[in-house]
Design a protein around this ligand. Structure first.
Ligand code: KG4
Ligand code: ZN
Length: 336
């Protein structure tokens, strides 16, 4: 049996990334050029700056991915690229590079959904067992997905306003912490050993709903910080961070476990940048143990954006015969 080697390319946000993956499960190389430093002074990702950095980095990053994997173009079977969701100008850089390389080396071009990529980062850890449920929590998305088989994604619930990562970033900003705020809140919350002293709201929504809402929680945190300031008081940063994080995690974990039970899932996957959160990892591990369900969470460097996950998801699409032609375009609002 010959192995399948897929080159993945990811440029949907602020990481320029390329990776070679063997048989959808083995990382041969995983190159990520982060732009976080360039965006930090603006407190968030500046789309125009992101696109320019991608243009500067993409060729080097792709070459490095092949070099680190010790493979030649002749050995590559296909090129998988993120077509969306993401920033349109950023996506276009990766797509243009993928088209060019596919044309130059006569290789098939495989369009990949970024969120499917996040889910498939788990396949580097464990083979999937269906049906499975995945909690997907990133800067732009918060979703509970039911997967009856490879490549099929059914939406069970999603956020009605802010994404979980977005809420982390906004609360961090109110606390005067740098971008990206998620890891900063995580770090502060780790410092607190006793239960969180501030009682922020949990949005459970209607009975039986798997949807989320984080804007009320965000407002409650902002109001608490501002009210304290007006009274000349000062809320402890770590108290606010830990209490906010606890509220987010309680709702995420409770609803996810409800979905696991309802869909009689054989496996629970966690995916996306917020899956790097220490509190979430701890809480969902405990809940999965209690429920007796197999839990898979990628190591932290595979939770945040990378191209190995795009190559992993792309390998399934490649085997299922999914191809794009040279008309492939960026789809900033693409859904699973
Ligand atoms: O998946 P990702 O890298 O990019 C998107 O596709 O959005 O997710 C980025 C998000 C950001 O909002 C970031 O603050 C959050 O993931 N994040 C975290 C942690 N690490 C990254 N949130 C909470 N705790 C963390 N340790
Ligand atoms: Zn992402």
């Amino acid at each position: 049996e010959e192995s399948i080697l897929i080159l993945g390319i990811e440029t949907s946000c602020d990481e320029t990334a390329a990776s070679v993956v063997e048989n959808g499960m083995l990382i041969r190389s995983n190159v990520v050029a982060s732009q976080i430093k360039s965006h930090k002074r603006f407190g968030g990702v500046v789309p125009e700056i992101a696109s320019r950095h991608h243009v500067e980095q993409i060729t080097l990053v792709c070459e490095a991915a092949l070099e680190e994997a010790h493979v030649t173009w002749e050995e590559i079977d296909g090129i998988a690229v993120t077509e969306g969701p993401g920033l349109v100008g950023a996506l276009l850089v990766g797509i243009s590079a993928a088209k060019t390389l596919a044309f130059a080396h006569s290789l098939p071009l495989i369009p990949v959904n970024h969120m499917a990529g996040h889910i498939y980062a788990n396949r580097f850890i464990k083979e999937f067992t269906f049906p499975l449920v995945s909690l997907v929590v990133s800067g732009g998305h918060t979703e509970i997905i039911h997967m009856p088989e490879h490549g099929r994604f059914e939406l069970i619930g999603e956020t009605r306003d802010d994404a979980a990562g977005e809420a982390f970033d906004k609360v961090a900003r109110v606390l005067g912490l740098p971008y990206p705020g998620g890891p900063e809140i995580d770090r502060l919350a780790r410092e607190k050993e006793e239960p969180s002293p501030l009682n922020f709201p949990r949005a459970w929504l209607e009975e039986g709903s798997y949807d989320f809402s984080f804007s009320g929680l965000k407002s409650a945190v902002i109001n608490a910080v501002h009210n304290a300031e007006q009274k000349g008081e000062h809320l402890d940063q770590a108290d606010v961070a830990a209490s906010f994080q606890e509220s987010v995690i309680e709702v995420l974990v409770t609803k996810t476990m409800g979905a696991v039970q309802q869909y009689q899932a054989k496996q629970l996957l966690v995916a996306g940048g917020v899956a790097a959160n220490g509190g979430l990892r701890h809480a969902i591990t405990k809940a999965a143990e209690e429920a007796g369900i197999e839990l898979v969470i990628p190591p932290i460097q595979l939770c945040t954006d990378n191209a190995a996950m795009i190559a992993a998801a792309g390998t399934i699409d490649y085997l299922q015969g999914k191809r794009a032609n040279m008309g492939l375009n960026a789809q900033p609002g693409l859904e699973l």
